[in-house]
Design a protein around this ligand. Sequence first.
Ligand code: MEV
Length: 445
Amino acid sequence: MPRRRKRDLIIKGFSKLLKEDKVRIVSELMDKQVESMDLMKSFWHEDYKMQKIFDEFSENTISNFYIPYGVAPNVVVNGVNHLVPLVIEESSVVAAASSSARFWSEHGGFRAEVVDVVKIGQVHFLWKGDKQKLLSVFDELKSVLREGTKHITANMEKRGGGILDFELVDLTNQLDNYYQIKVSFDTADSMGANFINSCLEEFAIELKSFFKNNDAFCDKEKECTIIMSILSNYTPDCLVRVWVECSFKELDSLDSELTGEQFAQKFETAVKIAEFDIHRATTHNKGIFNGIDAVALATGNDFRAIEAAGHTYAARNGGYKSLSSVENKDGRFKFILEVPLAMGTVGGLTNLHPLAKHSIEMLGSPSAKELMQISAAVGLANNFSAVRSLVTKGIQIGHMKMHLMNILNHFEATEEEKKKAVEYFVGNKVSFANVSEFISKLRKS
Ligand code: MEV
C-alpha cells in the first residue's frame, strides 16, 4: 500500500483562515518546512499597507511572485516617443523590443490606427416561441433593456461610452430554442469587463419579465430560460493596425551577408510560411504576444483576454495564421500587424496596482486607444526582432547571452566570475554543462 502523503489531505475552510495560518499550513505540507515559511515571508512587502493591497487582489494570497519590470525606450508611435514598461520573465524579450524600437525610431517609427473599439456581450437564452412575434416587439424590448440599465450606464455615458446596439441572434438551427441577445458596447478608456457583465445580468432579468408581462405572447411564450449572461473575449471590432515601412536600402545595415532587398525578401518568405503552416504561425504569433502581454501585465490589463482574442482572430477565416504580414513593393518593405486589443487605462488593476499606475504614468497617461497602439507597436517590434534574427544569425546567439546570466546566477557567480564568463563565452557554446565546467575550473584556479 502506498503511504498516504500529507498533501493528499483535503483542507476544509482554507480561505477563511488568517494569512499567517495559511502560510503555516502550506509550510507544514512542504518537505522543508522552515525554509518554505521563510521563503514565502521573505517576499512579503515590508510596508504592511502595501502588502494588504496585493493580498486583496486575489484569494488565499500567501506571498508575492516577482517578475522583472523592464523598459523599452525609443518606441516611436505616430511621431511620439514612448518609454514602454514591460513585465516579463523571458530573457531577451525586452532586449528584442528595444533593439527593434531603436532601429525603427530612425526609419520613420511605428504608424498605428485604431480601427474600432466595439466590445460584445451576450445573453444566452432558450425560448419556445414565434420568432417573428419577438422581432415585432424587439424595438420595444431594446428600450426596456436600455431603461433598465440606466443606473449602470449613466456614468459610462458621461465618459463617452455606453451601450451601442442590440441584436437578436437566432441559433435554433444549432440548438433547439436557442437565441442570444448580442449587445455591443463602447467602454471608453476602461477595459469594461465589470460594466459589460453588470449590464448583461440586468438585461437577463429585464428579458425574463418582458416575456412574462407582455400581452403579445401566449402562455408558452411567456416563459424563457436564461442560460448565461457574459461578455465575449472575442473582440474583432476592438481592433488596432500598426505598421513600419522603409526602402530596401535602409535595411542594408541589418545583416552583413544580405543586402536590404535580400533581407526583405527572406523576411517576407518567413512571414508567408506563418500564413499557411500552423506550427510556424503559432510560434510567430507567440513572438508578437511576447511584447503585447508584457505591456498588458505592466499596465494591469488582462493578458489572458487579449491572447484569447488574438488567437481567435488569427483563425477567423477558418485556418490559424500569422497576425502580421509583409508587403514588398516598388523597392519598399512594409511590415503590418492587425490585432484585436481590448485594453483600458482607467479602473480595475490599472489604478490599484502601484506599478500598473506607474506604468500608465510612464506612458504619459494615454487613452485606451493610445495604449492599444503602443502595445501593438511593441508586439510588432518583438515580431520584427524575432523574424530578423531567425532569417539571419538565428535566435540562439541572443537567447544564449541572456541564458548565460541565468545559468551563472544558478551557480551564484560573483560579478567578477560573470565578467570572465561573458568574455569566455563570446566564442564558446553556452550550455549548462559548459558553464558548470567553466565555473568549477575558475573556482579551482
Ligand atoms: C520566443 O519567445 C519567440 C520566438 O520563437 C518567436 C518566433 O519564432 O517568431 C523567437
